[in-house]
Design a protein around this ligand. Structure first.
Ligand SMILES: NC(=O)c1ccc[n+]([C@@H]2O[C@H](COP(=O)([O-])OP(=O)(O)OC[C@H]3O[C@@H](n4cnc5c(N)ncnc54)[C@H](OP(=O)(O)O)[C@@H]3O)[C@@H](O)[C@H]2O)c1
Length: 264
């Protein structure tokens, strides 16, 4: 299917690896120009080289990168200094740490809210009016299945991402909707990325079980009996960015191999 977005410009945050990289790769394969962002310059440069070397990339699709912390004012300024107008914005940064809410002070909460709620809101604020003027725009926020099915040790994530979800639900239904701009959230369940490996590593340490046992036990709880891949996640993101998805806005799209047990 031709997604109709070749030649558009996308900002993809948190894209040196994992789900962000998957989104960037899927968009580049559709002929979208991408600007990818992450903090670590070396891994980011490597990711850009991989995207450029991808044999499925149309030669017309360009790849740029900026090493920046997207959760800071300076980081976002560095991105927008390179390019102001984006047709597609994929918001993403690392998830907050796990833990017991009794141990989190105000600072822990401010960091989580900054990274997982206020940063996407700032990126939306900086880009959607330009999208509306041009008559096309797509914002995809990478959030978490924890928004639909909260996990106790992920309290910082549950809280901050729910704030973003409420905000997006309102903005998506504003006048932007009649001007070709859609905003949707993409909710990953368990995907095989470094983030998942590190949470499983922590579980292995805590329980004394082997990493393999933890992996198998966690995969066994998912109806699909496996973790998702960044490539699968990226394909869903690219579809949400497509011309064909123009009538879909304000949605929370869950990709979790069937793990969420509800009908809706
Ligand atoms: N994987 C899963 O199963 C899963 C499940 C639910 C939710 N999620 C959420 O989905 C998001 C992506 O997860 P992932 O698994 O792809 O993580 P990942 O493999 O750890 O990759 C995170 C990416 O974001 C970049 N990044 C982190 N903090 C950043 C910042 N402040 N500014 C710019 N870039 C930043 C990282 O590079 P640098 O560190 O170099 O900046 C890296 O490129 C996270 O918010 C995570 O909590 C993931």
């Amino acid at each position: 299917m031709n997604l109709g977005i070749a030649g558009k410009w996308a900002l993809v945050c948190g894209a040196s690896k994992g789900l962000g990289f998957g989104c960037a790769q899927a968009l580049v394969r559709e002929g979208v120009h991408v600007l990818i962002v992450a903090r670590g310059a070396e891994a980011l440069q490597l990711a850009a080289s991989k995207l450029i070397a991808d044999s499925d990339r149309p030669a017309s699709a360009t790849v740029q990168y900026v090493a920046a912390d997207i959760t800071t004012i300076e980081g976002r300024a560095a991105v927008f200094a390179l390019r102001k107008d984006f047709d597609i914005v994929v918001t993403n940064a690392g998830g907050p740490p796990t833990g017991d809410f009794r141990d989190w002070d105000r600072d822990s909460w401010i960091k989580a809210v900054d990274a997982n709620m206020l940063t996407p809101i700032e990126l939306i604020k900086a880009t959607v009016d330009g999208m509306a003027e041009r008559g096309f725009g797509r914002v995809i926020n990478i959030t978490s299945s924890a928004v639909k099915a909260p996990i106790d040790i992920l309290g910082l994530s549950n809280g901050a991402r729910s704030g973003l979800t409420g905000f997006v639900a309102g903005v998506a239904r504003s006048k932007l909707a009649s001007r070709g701009v859609t905003l949707n959230n993409l909710l990953p369940g368990k995907f095989d990325t470094d983030r998942l490996a590190s949470t499983m590593g922590a579980a292995a340490q805590k329980t004394g079980k082997s990493l393999d046992d933890i992996r198998q036990a966690q995969a066994a709880q998912i109806p699909a009996q496996r973790f998702g891949t960044a490539e699968e996640f990226g394909a869903i993101c690219a579809f949400l960015c497509s011309v064909q998805a123009g009538y879909m806005t304000g949605q929370n799209v869950l990709a979790d191999g069937g793990a969420y047990p509800g009908t809706f």
